[in-house]
Design a protein around this ligand. Structure first.
Ligand code: UN1
Length: 511
């Protein structure tokens, strides 16, 4: 088994087992524990995609130390120069898009078209943030005083810790790392243990583009052993997590102890409303993509479809008919439409909700079973699953499942639909299908969520608009676009008095 180094950047292979060490201060280093863990292909668990370091607090400390040293120099590199490295990384990722996508399908399971999209999202984020290197705008305002200049500049925060999920292994890492480094911060990232390889592929592109040592460090391992020490470390000044609301509560609590900047992107239970006047073909197409794309493993996945009574029956009939025909399998096969669950535990959760839904009295009209025969025998597959006649209060309509299980709920009209949509713990994404512009704009105003789509499903956010949600979906920060720049910088207000005398603000008024 070959151990990867930066000297062999372009030799991604799709059959070998990669052995990857931690990446600290530009060097590949073993974990201080001497232990490793395996990353398995969820479509075929016999395939070991990689062997990674099972790290602990000592490794986190070493990485934070390296990031701290690197920060002393990196913060002084002009932002446009920092951004040029990110721009070059985008060009490198374009060249490596196909191999990165194949690596990602192998470690994460989603179909190739989607992993190409995930890599593309990192490319988009790189171009966007590279552009920000020449902006990083701050206000310059007139002073109340004569001969005095007033402005505010953005300054980097220092060492930032990132904890990323497995469902968008490269895109979400890019949402965090790229604005952070363009703003002049240095980073320690802990990728999800199910999908670390894609983070290495992203960081490899940045290093090949010229990123200096210590600016981004990777420490692999498990939440309690790596994530917690990272969130606790006093020299980590900002922490950004994408994960479950349960983990968010823990990380947020830890971060508060040392007054870290803390950005939490957490769960969702995203509604798609279909009104009587909707283009049903479009709504069915969108509902299938929203619910079963990425095997339902998006925080933005469409997990509740709220359909007005007049079209309910037709929608259900046609939707279920299509859902039954979706081709499930290994995402490396281009004809497959839905891949496996990420791991045994997630599949178990998905199947447990099938039971919960049944027991609650919802009607199981499609799927519900594990697929484990023939081509499926070595993977974590299940059928696309649809419940109808779901009461909005049922657990299957309230709790995030993160799998291919969708609940269809009927409603009387827009007002009723919005009430159902909002009556939930989360507020990430939402969608409405209608041809009525008045209804569309009312829903844009009244759906209490961070994202609303009109005539498109709940997934498909672009990198230059804010991404995040309300209520238990987060703590008010937004990723993407300028929100990320806000998170990774601190304001410094600057007053330059060139009057040559003491001018007392609010007191020496010029009338
Ligand atoms: C997620 O839902 O976990 O908006 C991230 C989307 C993707 C990102 C999703 N661009 O569907």
């Amino acid at each position: 088994m070959a151990t990867d180094t930066l000297a062999s950047p372009a030799t991604l292979s799709h059959t070998k087992t990669r052995v990857l060490k931690n990446f600290i201060d530009g060097e590949w280093v073993d974990s201080s524990t001497g232990q490793t863990f395996e990353d398995h292909n969820p479509a075929d668990t016999r395939d070991v995609v990689g062997i990674f370091q099972r790290s602990n607090r000592a490794d986190v400390n070493a990485a934070v130390e390296a990031a701290k040293r690197a920060f002393a120099k990196w913060r002084l590199v002009p932002a446009p120069r920092r951004a040029e490295i990110v721009f070059r990384a985008a060009e490198i990722l374009i060249e490596r898009k196909e191999e990165c996508a194949r690596d990602m399908t192998r470690e994460m399971g989603k179909v190739l078209a989607e992993t190409r999209g995930d890599v593309q999202e990192a490319i988009d984020a790189a171009y966007y943030n590279a552009g920000e290197g020449r902006r990083l705008f701050g206000p310059t305002v007139p002073s109340e005083m004569p001969n005095k200049f007033a402005m505010a500049v953005r300054q980097p925060i220092g060492v930032c810790g990132m904890i990323t999920p497995w469902n968008f292994p490269m895109a979400i890492a890019s949402w965090k790392l790229l604005p952070a480094v363009v703003c002049g911060n240095t980073c320690v990232i802990k990728p999800a243990q199910d999908t670390p390889l894609s983070t290495f592929n992203l960081v490899r592109a940045l290093v090949d583009a010229g990123l200096p040592k210590g600016v981004i460090n990777i420490v692999t391992g498990f939440g309690a052993e790596v994530g917690t020490p990272l969130a606790e470390h006093p020299d980590v000044r900002a922490i950004s997590l994408t994960g479950s609301s349960v983990v968010g509560r823990i990380v947020g609590g830890i971060a508060a102890q040392s007054f870290k900047h803390c950005s939490l992107e957490l769960g969702g239970k995203n509604p798609m409303i279909v009104l009587d006047d909707a283009n049903l073909d479009l709504a069915i197409e969108g509902g299938l993509w929203g619910a079963f794309g990425t095997t339902g493993q998006r925080c933005t996945a469409t997990s509740r479809i709220i359909v007005q009574k007049g079209v309910y029956r037709e929608f259900v009939e046609r939707y279920v008919d299509r859902a039954k025909k979706l081709k499930v399998g290994n995402g490396l096969d281009e004809s497959v439409q839905m891949g496996p669950a990420i791991n045994a535990k997630q599949l178990e959760t998905d199947l447990s909700y099938v039971e919960i839904g049944r027991n609650e009295g919802a009607k199981l009209v499609c799927g519900g079973n594990r697929l484990d025969k023939g081509e499926y025998q070595y993977g974590w597959f299940m059928e696309p699953t649809v419940f109808t006649d779901v009461d909005p209060k049922m657990r299957i309509a309230q709790e995030e499942i993160f799998g291919p299980v969708v609940s269809i709920i009927s409603c009387d009209g827009l007002e009723d639909a919005i009430e159902i949509a909002n009556n939930i713990e989360y507020g990430l994404s939402s969608a409405l299908y209608t041809k009525d512009v008045n209804k569309a704009f009312s829903a844009i105003r009244d759906l209490y969520a961070g994202i609303t789509y009109i005539n498109a499903p709940t997934i498909g956010a672009e990198v230059h608009l804010p991404f995040g949600g309300t209520k238990a979906t987060g703590n008010g920060h937004r990723e993407g676009g300028i929100g990320a720049i806000d998170f990774y910088t601190e304001w410094k207000s600057v007053y330059v008095d060139y009057s040559d005398k003491l001018q007392k603000a609010q007191i020496d008024r010029v009338d």
